[in-house]
Ligand binder design. Structure first.
Ligand code: CAO
Length: 585
């Protein structure tokens, strides 16, 4: 019987993090990888797993404590002295009881006669090998070779590696794309955590990988850069708070990228936890969900959408008890009437019985889009209202700016005008800028206007979100439309680029079609479908005039928006597009 100490691993570059939850207590039997505590830094909330199996002898921390990398968390009594992988890997020989204060490693160390005094909770200066891409001298002129693993991809499930974007010998800069992964939630790139030369590639397209798996090795990458963001082991299983954006409609495909963002420049430094159970409280954004990985896993197992659960933990964090309470309540109340339950499935048909066929597997993005469409369609009572905006003057103005646009190196399509007009209308009709929360008992009004834009890409539908549209000029919007659409088509969008939308514009104007009924990108409550503009005769009271009309279809969630609200919204929109001087008012 030996005791081993579990220490705080690399916590994504954060200097300190607060203990917000204790997941175990003395006497508990602990498995390797089992969460011990939940830490919350200014960047993320993360569950710290045990690196050893055994019985929890002593918990050295309490809620509210501030911890740094290397600080002691707990003593675990193990069956034998040798069953800690991380301990073996890091401590090597010679840990005969003095491990806790040797300042060495973030991995657990052994101690024969441990006690609180030996825990050395302030021992934070350790070099972590339990996290961070390992950069070790390769023996050739002191250059370092860095292992680059799959970073935090917001899921514990395996993901498909669909593309290796580099070859051995390539020189990459920090942030350059190394591989492309496709999970249930997104298509994402893994960027180089530091500059260097690719010396070995350990994966190939078509493989299945998961967080922590080695992708390749980079030579010349500096250890400092290596230590920063990329976690190697699961020691710090950082599942940042994820916006539970239940995207739904055409656009939804990748708004669903709700989990922690993998393909950002800083894969291991989790993005700020937006805190926010979709609770009745007004503070947190409704579409954001704040919960630790264990709770997320349980929610997945139970089939519960975390966005529906109110969090009672610090800053709205969803605890296991919240989830259990939610499930108990749901069981008592029975299925929601609009959940689509009981709809008989469409029977499978043997098409080959009627002639030759070929079968193609759909991409995850396509399947996800399909699921989201169905979810939105079945859960949200959609109403679509149509009208034509007279954009004759808008078009004349836009065309008069063509040269100036070219000089500025941009293009001005009708879309920036539409985005701007929608933003103004959203400010004037705040219900359209709201989302249902607290299980439908409350409305969360957003004091920001972020508008999603459906982009048709070869990989599927993506919906990048343009932030603060109400505060941007038409030129700024024109540039952002081009940049975002380009990033979507090049699969360079980060998860954060597709989150936080309040309303969506889906423009098929450049492709074709007079009008359509767009499906709402839940949890948003409205979406504008834009058809192709054309010149039509319009009666002015005494004669027909040729006017350029833009067909619009506004779908709205009838649980939130009434026909009157929608009529007024549409009138505002038509007024703004018909006389764009009003956008200045
Ligand atoms: N009516 C007539 N012409 C239109 C138009 C409209 N409603 N909207 C755009 N056009 C014109 C543009 O003015 C441009 O012509 P000019 O260069 O002569 O001005 C041309 O069509 C091409 O525009 P574009 O497609 O390059 O740019 P955009 O700003 O209109 O659209 C984007 C950008 C990303 C929205 C678009 O490329 C796209 O992907 N649309 C598809 C969205 C989609 O799939 N929605 C459905 C989702 S549900 O399945």
């Amino acid at each position: 019987m030996a005791k081993e100490q579990v220490l705080v691993p690399d916590i994504g570059g954060a200097e300190a993090a607060e203990v917000v939850e204790l997941l175990v207590g003395p006497g508990d039997s602990i498995e390797v990888e089992q969460g011990l505590i939940v830490l919350e830094s200014d960047k993320a909330s993360m569950e710290i797993p045990s690196t050893v199996a055994g019985t929890l002898a002593e918990l050295l921390v309490k809620e509210g404590d501030q911890l740094a990398e290397g600080d002691a968390i707990a003593w675990v009594e193990t069956d034998s002295a040798g069953d800690s992988d991380a301990g073996e890997a890091e401590s090597g020989e010679g840990e005969d009881g003095g491990g806790a204060d040797d300042g060495g490693s973030a991995a657990p160390r052994e101690a024969d006669a441990p006690g609180p005094a030996e825990a050395d909770a302030g021992d934070s200066g350790s070099e972590s090998s339990a996290a961070g891409a390992d950069a070790a001298p390769d023996g050739a002129g002191g250059e370092t070779v860095m292992d680059v693993p799959v970073p935090d991809i917001g899921t514990e499930d395996p993901v498909d590696l669909v593309e290796v974007s580099v070859a051995v010998g390539d020189r990459v800069e920090e942030g350059d794309s190394l591989v492309v992964l496709e999970s249930d939630k997104a298509s994402m790139e893994v960027p180089a955590p530091a500059a260097g030369e690719v010396v070995e590639i350990l994966v190939e397209a078509g493989a299945t990988v998961r967080e922590g798996d080695l992708l390749l090795r980079l030579r010349g990458a500096t250890p400092a850069a290596a230590a920063e963001p990329v976690p190697t082991e699961k020691a710090a299983e950082q599942k940042q708070s994820r916006p539970e954006q239940e995207t739904g409609s055409q656009p939804v495909a990748t708004s669903e990228v709700e989990d922690s963002g993998p393909a950002t420049q800083e894969p291991a430094a989790p993005t700020p936890a937006p805190a926010a159970a979709p609770a009745a409280t007004v503070a947190p954004p409704a579409q954001d969900v704040y919960a630790g990985p264990a709770v997320r896993k349980l929610a997945r197992e139970l089939g519960v959408e975390l966005g529906q659960v109110s969090g009672s933990g610090p800053r709205g964090r969803i605890l296991k008890e919240d989830l259990q309470g939610y499930v108990q309540k749901a069981l008592k109340e029975g299925p929601a009437p609009a959940a689509g339950a009981g709809v008989p499935p469409v029977p499978e048909v043997d098409f080959a019985a009627f002639g030759p066929v070929s079968v193609e597997q759909r991409s995850k993005l396509d399947k996800l889009t399909a699921a989201n469409m169905q979810r939105s369609w079945l859960n949200v009572p959609h109403v679509t209202q149509f009208d034509d905006a007279d954009i004759t003057e808008l078009e004349a103005f836009r065309k008069s700016l063509k040269e100036e646009a070219a000089e500025r190196g941009t293009r001005l399509t009708p879309l920036p005008f539409l985005l701007k007009a929608c933003a103004t209308a959203l400010r004037a009709h705040p219900k359209f800028n709201a989302s249902l929360s607290d299980g439908g008992n409350a409305l969360t009004f957003k004091d920001y206007v972020h508008v999603g834009m459906a982009v048709d890409t070869p990989a599927g539908l993506m919906v990048p979100v343009i932030r603060d549209v109400d505060r941007k000029s038409l030129w700024e919007l024109a540039e952002e439309v081009i940049a975002m659409a380009g990033a979507a088509r090049d699969r360079k969008l980060k998860p954060a680029d597709m989150q936080g939308g309040c309303f969506t514009v889906s423009s098929l104007g450049s492709i074709g079609g007079r009008g359509f009924t767009p499906i709402i990108n839940t949890p948003e409550v409205g979406i504008l479908g834009v058809g192709r503009a054309g010149v039509q005769p319009v009666w002015d009271g005494s004669a027909f005039q040729p006017r350029t009309l833009l067909p619009l279809g506004l779908s709205y969630d009838h649980r939130v928006i009434n026909g009157g609200d929608a009529g007024r919204f549409m009138e505002t929109l038509l007024g703004l597009l018909g006389d764009i001087r009003r956008l200045l008012l």
